[in-house]
Design a binder for this molecule. Structure first.
Ligand code: RP5
Length: 359
């Protein structure tokens, strides 16, 4: 049991600042020299020490302070009960001596090197450090990183072998769980993607074709737009040069399948729209896909059709994909009243979406 209050100097600062108790009484209570207390009052001693309230800390009561303030000869009596409880609590917290504290970052480094799967929080718990410190050590941005030497936390007596084993097993379980979840998510995403790509509708009005699976990220905007207008479409990967037979078959079937417009997206030497237009009398809208040449090659290959076989060419990339759908919708709206109403509604709302002010 200790007869001194916790943080005696900070307590003395508080007593000097907040009570009428004499310097001698404060000195006796805080186990300081009377001159030190005087120095505190003069501002010479304890500069920068933050006052520590002994009432809040449970070391003195208001009554105790009151009584000693009124009697210069009455010593302040420490509330030992609280102090005892505090000591017991501290023991429970497994206090690590100052000499051992330097081992913490070194042990954290050891765990990072040997069990990288442990989270920062887990390592912090094992070595008695904070998550933030462990994160800095992991990123090599800890203030003392260059001098850190990895040290086994068991040797440093900071944690037990069994605690480390349990933490590693927990981390392994977490990683396995996360991996499983990621695979599951990717599978769902892939299935959705495939469903969208393979969507075949016998009443499709628009046939959306593209030279490669890699064009889908652009052409998906075209299909999304058609879908928003409730225009049914058929979508296929068909290349003029890689799968010419598929293209012939598709175009032969297109009329039978009630398809009225073809939208063809292709990149690079993009001749899909041109070839499709040459093999069919259906209107063909071409979407130049962005390429290594930023889509300029795709644009020119699609737009520069010599006279005789026309391709209605849209802009490069996403804008072109959306506009191809809107142009198809516009063409279809001449014949289909339902589509026409939706287009009028879209145009009316479109203007409302444009802000009047630029800021
Ligand atoms: C074209 O070649 C396709 O339309 C695509 O834009 C481009 C590259 O195809 P991948 O090599 O990505 O399949 O035929």
């Amino acid at each position: 049991m200790n007869d001194k209050p916790l943080m005696p100097k900070a307590t003395a600062v508080w007593l000097v600042e907040n009570t009428k108790i004499s310097f001698k009484q404060i000195a006796d209570f805080c186990a300081l020299h009377e001159l030190e207390v005087k120095g505190i009052a003069d501002g010479d001693v304890a500069k920068g020490i933050k006052a520590y309230n002994p009432i809040l800390a449970g070391q003195l009561t208001r009554e105790e302070i009151e009584e000693s303030s009124n009697d210069i000869n009455r010593p302040l009596a420490l509330n030992k009960k609280t102090l005892d409880i505090t000591t017991v609590k501290k023991k429970k917290l497994k206090y690590i001596p100052l000499s051992k504290r330097q081992d913490r970052p070194s042990s954290a480094l050891w765990l990072i090197k040997n069990y990288s799967q442990l989270s920062d929080g887990q390592i912090g718990k094992l070595v008695g450090s904070t998550k933030n410190t462990v994160s800095l050590i992991r990123k090599n941005t800890y203030w003392n990183s260059s001098n850190l030497v990895a040290k086994d936390p068991v040797v440093a007596n900071l944690s037990s072998q069994i605690d480390i084993k349990n933490a590693v097993e927990k981390a392994n379980r977490r990683i396995a769980r996360e991996k499983k979840e990621k695979i599951k998510k990717e599978k769902i995403k892939k299935e959705d993607w495939l469903k969208k790509l393979m969507k075949i509708n016998s009443f499709a009005l628009v046939g959306v074709i593209m030279g490669s699976k890699s064009d889908w990220k652009t052409m998906t905007h075209c299909c999304d737009t058609l879908q928003k207008f409730g225009v049914k479409y058929e979508v296929k990967v068909i290349s003029a040069h890689r799968t010419p037979n598929r293209l012939h078959k598709f175009l032969n079937q297109a009329k039978k399948n009630n398809i009225e417009i073809i939208i063809a997206g292709a990149g690079g030497a993009a001749h899909l729209a041109g070839v499709a237009a040459s093999l069919s009398t259906l209107p063909v809208l071409g979407v130049p896909i962005e390429s290594k040449l930023k889509g300029i090659d795709s644009l020119l290959s699609t737009v520069q059709m010599p006279s005789g076989i026309p391709v209605g060419t849209l802009a490069i990339g996403k804008a072109g994909a959306i506009n191809a759908a809107l142009l198809a919708i516009s063409i279809l709206s001449v014949r289909y009243n339902k589509i026409h109403k939706k287009l009028v509604n879209y145009r009316n709302n479109f203007e409302k979406k444009i802000p009047k002010n630029p800021y």
